[in-house]
Design a binder for this molecule. Structure first.
Ligand SMILES: *[C@@H]1O[C@H](CO)[C@@H](O)[C@H](O)[C@H]1NC(C)=O
Ligand SMILES: *[C@@H]1O[C@H](CO)[C@@H](O)[C@H](O)[C@H]1NC(C)=O
Ligand SMILES: *[C@@H]1O[C@H](CO)[C@@H](O)[C@H](O)[C@H]1NC(C)=O
Ligand SMILES: *[C@@H]1O[C@H](CO)[C@@H](O)[C@H](O)[C@H]1NC(C)=O
Length: 496
């Protein structure tokens, strides 16, 4: 009897889990957050079915990151990358031995065999060929990455790289003789030919310089991140405990949250041969294959892009909510509203009970806050379009006293106050505030404080933190379509 029941239970559980485990094809819908967020919340890890991948990522061996840099001596973009990104990062991280640089000086040169030796022609003329050759010989003779990096940086930051081989050797107390000798002999010629082969055989093929590879991989996203924030990319990619220099990258989150009760801390979880950081897992089909997350990356690799849904649960008088709307949400929406689907839910840490067919509310910051919430709920409902209601909500929340600024903001923005006031004083406003309460109480996980954000319907500590520090970046990273210009402002685009 007991055994049969047990069997039935087991069968039932087996059947249930069959129904519950999402089919792979539905992953695209369920896993619509950027891969940078997959491994820092158990819920998202589970939803995207990347437990094994994240575990492997967290537990991978302490091996230095391998950075490949294909350069040429007179390319201004190469010079800029080495002097403003690569070298400063190297200086900060070299003592921790967390990455290694493999320079390949050749670039967009060509070579022909004249029956005796290789003859090179360089993009920026014979002087560039000379510079490349000195660097190629230096790499052969100096051997350790630190000296090579110092030497190449010295040449590249000089007024004329091909002419600074000897001076830089002097400054760095390097014996120049073997380097110069190498440049005049068959050895140098063969070494340069070897660099040419490496450049020609790179996969995918190199089509501009500098060309950066990360653990052997190259794609646009790797290149763009390397050129814009090489330090951040290294800190993201290195394994094991992060060096102090990585931890010093400051958080500038907004002021104090209005807490409902104490917060719980989420613990990140800790198998594949993927040695690129989660943030790059969907950066190309090649990387997605390498990291075995092709299914999970479907929405990020597809060309149809829905707007990014961003919801803010707040209350009208919580200082951190006001700051969030005023200095984070509104400015971001003004720049990239076209790729955003904004939802505001004014309720926060309020409570409600029913009295004679009406809802009675009590708000964290008193009656005035309830008034503010109801007016804002009516504004959002009646003005219907985000282009109309968001400037209005911003006007109120940026004012000295949101609950008292309903009429003034209506006047300032040219909206009729009467319908809003009627809504706020009547059953409609009462119902809207109740609906905001229902939406707030339905949050999973339940909110612990406000402002409380969700991204494509999901809340995690990391999402909250990124929304508060750099909402523009978070929305741009989450958006899977072609990025609007405001997303790429400040990125460097020219290359040799
Ligand atoms: C290398 O060649 C240059 C020019 O051809 C010459 O000036 C220089 O002395 C040579 N150096 C060595 C070490 O042979
Ligand atoms: C981080 O903040 C501290 C003080 O708040 C400051 O002294 C330090 O320079 C900052 N570091 C960076 C990398 O911005
Ligand atoms: C916008 O967000 C809301 C709330 O999250 C959602 O119900 C709605 O479907 C979204 N609209 C679009 C076009 O994504
Ligand atoms: C609601 O009614 C009161 C008086 O009945 C009035 O003072 C107030 O301005 C009205 N509007 C709002 C938004 O409270």
């Amino acid at each position: 009897m007991v055994r049969v029941t047990k069997m039935n239970t087991i069968l039932l559980i087996a059947l249930m889990s069959l129904c519950l485990s999402p089919a792979l094809s539905s992953l695209a819908v369920k896993c619509n957050l950027p891969s940078s967020l997959w491994c820092n919340s158990d819920d998202i890890t589970r939803q995207c079915q990347v437990e094994k991948h994240c575990n492997a990522w967290h537990k991978r061996e302490n091996t230095p990151v391998d950075v490949g840099v294909f350069i040429e001596a007179l390319c201004s973009d190469t010079i800029r990358f080495i002097t403003t990104q690569l070298y400063p990062t190297w200086v900060q991280l070299r003592d921790s031995a967390v990455f290694d640089i493999d320079f390949v000086p050749y670039g967009k040169a060509t070579e022909t065999w004249d029956g005796d030796k290789w003859v090179f022609e360089c993009q920026h003329g014979p002087a560039e060929c000379k510079g490349n050759l000195i660097q190629t010989c230096a790499i052969f003779h100096l051997k350790d990455t630190n000296t090579i990096t110092e030497y190449i940086h010295c040449m590249m930051s000089s007024p004329n790289p091909p002419e600074y081989g000897e001076k830089c050797a002097e400054m760095l107390k390097i014996d120049y003789e073997p380097i110069e000798k190498c440049t005049n002999t068959t050895l140098g010629n063969m070494l340069q030919h070897h660099m040419a082969k490496r450049t020609q055989q790179a996969e995918p093929p190199i089509n501009y310089i500098p060309w950066i590879t990360l653990n052997g991989e190259h794609n646009d996203e790797i290149q763009n991140r390397a050129e814009a924030d090489f330090m951040g990319l290294m800190c993201d990619t290195i394994s094991g405990e992060k060096p102090a220099a990585c931890r010093e990258i400051n958080d500038t989150t907004i002021g104090h949250h209005c807490y409902k009760n104490s917060r719980t801390v989420q613990v990140p979880v800790g198998d594949s041969k993927c040695n690129l950081p989660p943030s790059l897992w969907c950066s190309s089909t090649r990387v997605a294959q390498r990291c075995k997350v092709v299914e999970q990356c479907t929405s990020q690799l597809s060309s149809v892009a829905p707007p990014v849904s961003f919801s803010l649960y707040y209350e009208s008088l919580c200082p951190a909510c006001r700051e969030m709307i005023q200095s984070v949400l509104y400015p971001t929406w003004k720049k990239i509203g076209s790729i955003m689907n904004v939802t505001l839910v004014p309720y926060g840490n309020a409570h409600e009970h029913q009295e004679g067919g009406k809802w009675v509310f009590s708000c964290q910051h008193g009656k005035a806050e309830c008034t503010g919430n109801i007016i804002e709920g009516c504004v959002i409902h009646l003005l219907a379009r985000v282009e109309k209601w968001l400037p209005y909500i911003h006007c109120m929340e940026a004012s000295p006293s949101p609950p008292d600024y309903g009429a003034k903001c209506a006047e300032q923005l040219g909206f009729a106050w009467k319908p809003i006031s009627n809504c706020a004083n009547g059953t409609e406003g009462n119902h809207l505030m109740h609906m905001a309460g229902v939406a707030t109480d339905a949050l999973v996980p339940p909110h612990q404080y406000v402002p409380w954000v969700t991204l494509n319907g999901v809340h995690t500590d990391e999402i909250q933190k990124q929304a508060e520090t750099d909402l523009l970046k978070l929305i741009c990273n989450t958006y899977t379509g072609p990025k609007p210009a405001a997303c790429t402002d400040g990125e460097i685009h020219t290359r040799c």
